[in-house]
Design a protein around this ligand. Structure first.
Ligand SMILES: [Mn+2]
Length: 334
């Protein structure tokens, strides 16, 4: 019978994963388990996901990072992963929906983040098991000032990831194993082999998350739906990003800012165009016109820049109105 090989948070560190599995001499009859968090922060989430999906005898648990993708809760790390996976993203997220929240057999229990000691795994809340923000809050209330595993006295050994324990795994009483040793932060990727409960690790090749944050800054910015932001959201986003950006990114943000400012400073011209158009049309033609509501306002003398601004809350709406009036306005910088 094969072993059980449990790997801590991989976070897209594919090369380190392959090196680690060679080091533990993974064989086909070994059951390979990931504690979850295959993706986000590292260089090759697609490679890691594909490896686990294609290898028979493999289990991947739902990490809080997979859960963010499944629930569409996006921050920078998830935006990067979506770009990294490209065409495969939607299908990969569908696969993530199928992931279990725990593994248990007669030898060992595995969860991504935590469990409440003494409670059967099947009765635990998913948020606690995978370490979502809400689960973390619940645990903090249950174990104020400490960790759930400080209170773990169940007979079964328990293995988890999620909390970076440092370069070395957390091992207590030979029954509590925390395996997240910060591979994506340039530390180690760690595996535990059962039944021997031996620990193996390989060093990360780089601080992958720091590199990914730099490498993907501009592509992520370009991928955002700027046309559909409100003017206020645009101002806020520009204010948030400018200080930390590199030179290329700063240049692009300046172009974006100029684009938004040009669109807004064109409001008086749109008012004039609407008045001109309205003046030359019959009531019937006005009704059938794609810009009809604005043209009626113009005809009745109720269209000024304030009224127009209400009809143009976003770049997309502004560009569409201009097009209806026969004017071509540019999209965001490429
Ligand atoms: Mn993690």
């Amino acid at each position: 019978m094969g072993r059980i090989v449990i790997v801590g948070d991989i976070h897209g560190c594919f090369e380190e994963l392959i090196e680690l599995l060679e080091k533990v001499d993974l064989r086909p009859d070994d059951l390979l388990i990931s504690v979850g968090d295959l993706v986000d922060r590292g260089p090759d989430p697609g490679g890691v996901v594909e490896y686990f999906r294609e290898r028979p005898n493999s289990v991947v648990l739902m990490g809080n990072h997979e859960r963010k993708h499944v629930r569409g809760v996006f921050s920078y790390a998830q935006e990067i992963t979506r770009l990294q996976l490209g065409d495969r993203y939607a299908e990969t997220v569908d696969w993530m929906r199928t992931l279990p929240y725990y593994f248990e057999n007669e030898q060992v229990r595995v969860v991504h983040a935590a469990m409440v000691p003494g409670v059967p795994l099947a009765s635990q809340r998913e948020e606690v098991l995978c370490g979502s923000t809400r689960g973390e809050r619940e645990l903090a209330a249950l174990f104020p000032g400490g960790h759930w595993h400080d209170h773990y006295t169940d007979a079964a050994p328990v293995v988890f990831g999620h909390h970076v324990t440092g370069r070395e795994p957390l091992i207590r009483d030979g029954r509590v194993f925390g395996l997240d040793t910060g591979a994506c932060h340039g530390w180690n990727l760690t595996a535990l082999c059962v039944p021997g409960f031996t620990v193996h690790a390989v060093p990360a090749r780089a601080d992958h998350w720091a590199a990914a944050k730099r490498r993907w800054q501009l592509p992520v910015l370009k991928s955002r739906p700027w046309r559909d932001h409100t003017w206020q959201e645009l101002d806020q986003a520009l204010g948030r990003h400018s200080p930390s950006a590199d030179a290329d990114t700063r240049r692009w943000l300046e172009a974006l800012e100029a684009w938004a400012a040009d669109l807004r400073s064109g409001f008086p011209a749109l008012v004039s165009a609407a008045r001109r158009t309205a003046g030359g049309l019959t009531a019937d033609e006005l009704r059938r016109h794609p810009a009809a509501p604005v043209l009626f306002q113009a005809r009745d003398g109720r269209l000024d820049t304030t009224a127009l601004a209400r009809r143009c809350p976003t770049p997309a709406r502004t560009i569409a109105l201009a097009a209806a009036l026969g004017l071509t306005l540019p999209g965001p910088p490429g």
